[in-house]
Design a protein around this ligand. Structure first.
Ligand code: HEC
Length: 385
């Protein structure tokens, strides 16, 4: 969707109950928060538009009066092909008194064909909302034909594991599932189970076919559960299907996760989005901080840039970067503390500039005071010596 009007700012889109598309248009010539101050007089705080878009030649949908329906009538709405209808019906079912909803849901469940697998997913959500586990229904999901339904079942099996007599049995079964999505949901679900034995399920996934998503999930889940299994592994109280599973955990235990240094943490939070991982920059747009002589150069210049921002264009090793090529200009980041600025500058100087001299907190504090009355970003010309 596009418009030649410079004030056209689509900021949100939703499908309405009538099936039409509703588009919120902020209707404002000012776009972001970097290019213009929050106090910019062009920021219009009182206008905005909502567009209603319908398909020519199609009838809009007439919704039934959901708010007047009983729980059993609302359950019938879960059969609707309209997502909006199902969503609102569930919302009302979640809010209705638990006793009435459960009575209606149990009756509805007993009449449900097992082949109606999508409805099983809709229905179990109602029981979840009312915190009322139903082992028979869960078993139906875990035994469904559609892998996506079994995957959802695995998620619920994890959530209910502490309240079902079968405990972790559902997850033990689904971690061997032939569908990778089911195994993925199982590994993630196990990480939320408050039982030291949950790690056996995560480890079992190691012997199944792997893909990058599973490999990542297994590692993250094992790390999350580590406080619970560490001592049990040491005292050999866990049961594994193979030596490989045991070795996987033993290796994980031996390798400490790498933690970002305080400077790297500030970089990730405040600089990475533009200057990119490892300070590589974006060709012609965001300047690299690596192999850039000015990073190893004058420290005061670096503090000034972070405190007040910089407007390009800027040349690095003969290549031009910055605003006129579509970049968001270097913003003023004075909201960072002097300590954070010192840390991030020291980090880029030592990591990317390959020099040992860090920037101290005092140096940043002095620069902040010396340039206190500066309100506009620096130009490259002002900072060149
Ligand atoms: C919104 C994007 C953006 C963010 C966020 C950002 N920068 Fe920049 N930075 C730029 C752009 C663009 C330039 C080039 C000047 C210009 O065109 O505005 C630049 C230039 C610089 C320069 C000058 C490089 C030189 O060769 O002289 C330094 C130093 C710098 N940034 C450091 C940082 C640090 C440190 C952070 C985080 C604390 C940061 N930047 C966050 C966009 C950004």
């Amino acid at each position: 969707m596009s418009s030649s009007n410079t004030a056209f700012r689509p900021v949100d889109v939703s499908i309405g109950p009538d099936g039409a598309m509703y588009l919120a248009d902020w209707y404002n010539p000012v776009i972001g928060h970097y290019q213009a101050s929050y106090a910019d007089p062009n920021r219009d705080k009182s206008h905005g538009r909502i567009w209603r878009i319908t398909a020519t030649g199609y009838q809009t949908i007439k919704q039934l009066k959901l708010a007047e329906m009983s729980p059993s009538q609302l359950l019938e709405q879960l059969r609707s092909s309209e997502r909006w209808t199902r969503y609102q019906a569930k919302r009302l079912l979640f809010d209705a008194p638990t006793k009435d909803v459960l009575a209606a849901a149990d009756a509805w469940l007993s009449g449900l064909e097992s082949s109606e697998e999508r409805l099983l997913v809709e229905l179990i959500g109602v029981y979840e909302a009312h915190e009322s586990p139903r082992p028979e229904l869960l078993a139906k999901l875990l035994g469904a034909k559609d892998g996506r339904v079994r995957a959802y079942g695995a998620r619920v099996a994890g959530m209910w594991a502490d309240r079902l007599p079968s405990g972790l049995r559902g997850l033990k079964q689904s971690v061997m599932d032939e569908h990778p999505r089911v195994r993925l949901e199982t590994v993630v679900a196990a990480s939320y189970v408050p039982d030291a034995k949950a790690i056996e399920i995560v480890a079992a996934a190691v012997d199944q076919p792997l893909d990058p998503f599973l490999t990542y999930a297994i590692r993250q889940s094992a790390r999350a559960l580590q406080p619970q299994w560490e001592t049990l592994l040491e005292s050999d109280q866990l049961e594994f299907g193979s030596q490989r599973q045991r070795n996987y955990l033993a290796d994980l235990r031996g390798s400490a996760p790498t933690k970002a240094s305080p400077g790297e943490a500030v970089y990730e939070k405040s600089c990475l989005a533009c200057h990119q991982p490892e300070g590589k920059g974006l060709p012609g747009i965001y300047p690299p901080l690596i192999d850039n002589p000015s990073i190893a150069g004058d420290k005061d210049r670096l503090s000034k840039i972070v405190l007040h921002g910089l407007t390009g264009p800027l040349e690095v090793n003969g290549v031009s970067f910055g605003a006129q090529r579509g970049a968001v200009p270097m913003p003023a980041l004075a909201g960072l503390t002097d300590e954070e600025i010192a840390r991030v500058l020291s980090c880029i100087r030592t990591k990317y500039g390959n020099i040992e001299s860090p920037v101290t907190v005092e140096e940043v504090t002095i620069m902040r005071k010396a340039t206190a009355d500066r309100s506009a970003p620096w130009s490259t010309l002002e900072l060149s010596d």
